[in-house]
Design a binder for this molecule. Sequence first.
Ligand SMILES: NC(=O)C1=CN([C@@H]2O[C@H](COP(=O)(O)OP(=O)(O)OC[C@H]3O[C@@H](n4cnc5c(N)ncnc54)[C@H](O)[C@@H]3O)[C@@H](O)[C@H]2O)C=CC1
Ligand SMILES: NCC(=O)COP(=O)(O)O
Length: 338
Amino acid sequence: MTKIAPIALTIGEPGGVGPELALKAWLKRKEQNLAPFCVLSPITILTRAAEQLGQDIQIKVVSDISETSRIFDDALPVLALDAGDSPPVCGVASAATADIVIESITKAVKLCEAGNASAVVTNPIQKSALYAAGFRHPGHTEFLAELAGPGTVPVMMLANAKLRVVPLTIHIALTEVPKQLTPELIMEQCQITAAALQRDFGVEHPRLALAGLNPHAGEDGTMGTEEQTIMMPAINALRAKGLNVIGPMPADTMFHDEARENYDVALCPYHDQALIPVKTLDFHGGVNVTLGLPFIRTSPDHGTALNIAGKGIARPDSLIAALKMAAEMATKRLATGA
Ligand SMILES: NC(=O)C1=CN([C@@H]2O[C@H](COP(=O)(O)OP(=O)(O)OC[C@H]3O[C@@H](n4cnc5c(N)ncnc54)[C@H](O)[C@@H]3O)[C@@H](O)[C@H]2O)C=CC1
Ligand SMILES: NCC(=O)COP(=O)(O)O
């Protein structure tokens, strides 16, 4: 069987749990049967994290990501960055390391675009630290879409074994949500999601469930009218295109065990409506995957966890799930030519 190219793993916020998770995932490479990955980072960040973990971990700088597969069994491959070393303080996010964080992401994307990496897997970034350094994207999702080029519409999907969710709006204030929720936005996000479920997740006939914005999905317009004026027109237009969409559904009753059997993905008007159920059902098994990009990108569902960084107690499960999902997507695309 043809093997996929190595996965490019970004370092994320150096003061957060990313470096520790990269090491812990590599330590579990055999037990978890992980596809080879290479970390894009100054090596010192990883050697210091290994010292903190008290583990004798072989870390090897590679000059080209193609060396990854050859050494992965014996050492954690690291591709150095142009950004110089700027020692992070564990548990403290700093604008001083923003150049490392950003170069790690941009380099990973370039490797994918050149066909030298099969996927980008990102460690969590501390958004506020990057904003302080002048980064003007709300998060990875929007930044990756810009790197991918004009016309790219990214869709954030979080998935674990129990639930898939898409927040239709992402990192915006709640007051902005009704203003940004339009039939066009809903239709675009639903269509990209349905196509991705077919292409990458083996869901031949995706069933989409749209959560209402208001309590009780508006209770026939008595508790808000967006369901009638914005959501129903989008649903009708999507159905006319042949998509299987149900809703708008009262959001409080669509996530219990029996309700989740009725759909393959829930699309929700705002961030917390989507992310609370998925993180509550399985925090450590969750993966954040960006749909609609010309390359594969996954990430753990959690953040930088500054409160536990450097303590050796961060769980690598979600990063491992992200690495596995990326490898599965890449393998499927390679096999099917999709
Ligand atoms: N993909 C990304 O880059 C993401 C970045 N973030 C960023 O992370 C920062 C912190 O966000 P928070 O809301 O505090 O969420 P968080 O996920 O970093 O932490 C929430 C709680 O979960 C715990 N936790 C997180 N990951 C863990 C792990 N691997 N093992 C054990 N416990 C873990 C933390 O210790 C904390 O108690 C923010 O700047 C946020 O924007 C948040 C989500 C995703
Ligand atoms: N709450 C999800 C999150 O913050 C992930 O954002 P992104 O950095 O993957 O865009």
